[in-house]
Design a protein around this ligand. Structure first.
Ligand SMILES: [Zn+2]
Length: 174
């Protein structure tokens, strides 16, 4: 005898019926979502209300609810860290650019004596235009060639780590 199977309305996969069970007052009830999709649905409400409601209805145990709250707060922390890393990247780039302007052209951030900066700025803009023209020429040549892979930034690395973490969810028991 083959164990009963059931199709998930979320992922469309045919899975063992036990993947759809929950226990309501000692009766076994079938969900239309598999465990994985149901967990994803609960976690997709980042406020955590869906988890709390499901726990209060007895659709998940308090242990599962707590585990999912941990997942949620980890995800939230990772998202914040990602945002901060992006801002750090941006600040570093702006800082480098300011230093470059000062060292190469003597252009400083807004000062009362703006007059002596105008000429320097003009020089920088002329150089930039020349450099842009040079790059345009190169990219016209390289247009149809494949791009070299870019080194991942700090934000990229954190995003990848967060994606990896989100794959291990507490309700999945496959
Ligand atoms: Zn599913």
């Amino acid at each position: 005898m083959t164990p009963p199977k059931h199709t998930c309305v979320g992922c469309g996969q045919i899975k063992a019926q036990t993947q759809f069970y929950w226990y309501k007052k000692q009766r076994t009830v079938l969900r239309n979502l598999c465990r994985k999709c149901y967990a994803a649905w609960l976690l997709s409400d980042t406020s955590g209300k869906r988890i709390t409601n499901a726990a209060s209805r007895g659709e998940i145990t308090e242990i599962h609810a707590d585990a999912m709250r941990v997942t949620l707060s980890n995800t939230r922390a990772a998202t914040n860290e990602q945002r901060k890393a992006k801002l750090r990247d941006l600040a570093t780039k702006q800082h480098e650019h300011r230093r470059f302007l000062e060292e190469r052209y003597g252009i400083r951030p807004a000062t009362p004596n703006v007059a002596d900066q105008a000429e320097r700025r003009a020089r920088y803009e002329a150089d930039t235009a020349r450099e842009q023209a040079r790059r345009d020429k190169i990219s016209a040549v390289l247009k149809d060639r494949p791009r070299a892979p870019r080194a991942p930034s700090a934000a990229d690395r954190l995003a990848a780590a967060a994606r990896e973490r989100s794959l291990s969810d507490p309700l999945s028991n496959e």
